[in-house]
Design a binder for this molecule. Structure first.
Ligand code: ZN
Length: 332
């Protein structure tokens, strides 16, 4: 799975900026060093001059050029030794007159052995996270950081098993959702009282998929509805930007719609939202909906006919147990 072109280009531009900064940084250090130790500027010039002569000889020289190249190389070596000694004597670092890279492996080109360098891949992931709207705090969460001990192992009479087993099962379904993302058609509806881990688990899913190169957008229903309204009534300076943002709700590989049911909705926003959900279904793009309402309550709030068509392709998972946010703060 490859990241989309736009993301790739944005990171490539960041690398151009990094290299520009690298060069500027070196130039500033050079000026500072030369102002303090003028001899170092002469040495630098001579090293460069010898280098140019070597290149020229290789291209045009005849006869004794090998001897002359060796002589120039020896001279360069001696100059480098002198340069190092002078730098250290004057309290500078050994590499004060050399390029310093964020990544020594690819020298900030982003390419290593004809492939994307690891540093480039990391930046792609960071960029994809920024675009997903996932909060910084949540970006640290993953399936590995889920603390299942927060769920009771005592059998809950209402469900017949312990919340621990129940939630383990839900986590398993979420992991499978990630695993089968490209081949399965299931969407997920997480419902239940606040604080039971709906947003947390959808973030874990998002994180895994972003790492694999999928585009993910996380947005609250409230925000989506206000975006749609702004777009309709042109309540923005930058309509094109808003159009792009709205378009992404249709196009991203995974849309996480958080907190559905709490927003103030109108016939227009409802229709627009269901157009997004329906279009995603038709295009076989996955959606996760988080809501505090039960599927029945959702059906009541929105048009039953539209809703039932949508919900048929979602796997509804009820979240149960105690408010783990409260438990976490008590345990801290
Ligand atoms: Zn690199």
């Amino acid at each position: 799975m490859a990241y989309d072109k736009e993301l790739y280009q944005q990171v490539a531009i960041e690398y151009e900026e990094i290299r520009r900064h690298d060069r500027q940084d070196l130039e500033e250090r050079r000026q500072k060093v030369f102002a303090n130790v003028p001899e170092l500027e002469e040495i630098e010039n001579e090293i460069r001059g010898a280098g140019l002569k070597i290149i020229k000889l290789a291209a045009t020289g005849t006869g004794d050029r090998t001897e002359r190249v060796y002589a120039l190389r020896d001279r360069q070596k001696a100059l480098l030794v002198r340069r190092k000694a002078l730098l250290l004597e004057n309290g500078f670092a050994e590499d004060e007159l050399s390029m310093r890279y964020l990544c020594d492996k690819c020298q900030d080109t982003g390419v290593y052995n004809d492939r994307d360098c690891d540093c480039f891949k990391r930046r792609l992931i960071i960029k994809a996270f920024e675009k997903s709207n996932l909060s910084l705090q949540l970006r640290d969460q993953s399936f590995k950081t889920i603390d299942m001990e927060l769920y009771s192992k005592d059998v809950d009479e209402n469900i017949g098993i312990s919340p621990y087993d129940y939630m383990s099962n839900i986590v398993g379904i979420c992991r499978k959702f990630v695993y089968d993302f490209d081949t399965d058609n299931t969407n997920l509806l997480f419902w239940g009282a606040p604080g039971l881990g709906k947003t947390f688990l959808s973030t874990c899913i998002a994180k895994e998929l972003i790492k694999e190169g999928h585009s993910v957008i996380y947005e609250t229903a409230y925000k989506i509805f206000s975006m749609l309204e702004d777009f309709k009534f042109k309540r923005t300076e930058d309509l094109e930007k808003l159009r792009g943002q709205t378009q992404k709700l249709y196009e991203c590989d995974l849309l996480i719609l958080d907190d559905l049911g709490t927003e103030f909705s109108t016939n227009y926003t409802n229709a627009a939202l269901f157009d997004i959900l329906n279009s995603r279904l038709i295009a076989n793009k996955k959606t996760i909906i988080n809501t505090n309402l039960s599927p029945e309550e959702l059906a009541k709030k929105y048009s039953e006919r539209v809703f039932s068509r949508i919900i048929g392709s979602y796997r509804a998972l009820k979240f149960i147990g105690n408010d783990i946010r409260l438990l976490k703060s008590v345990n801290k």
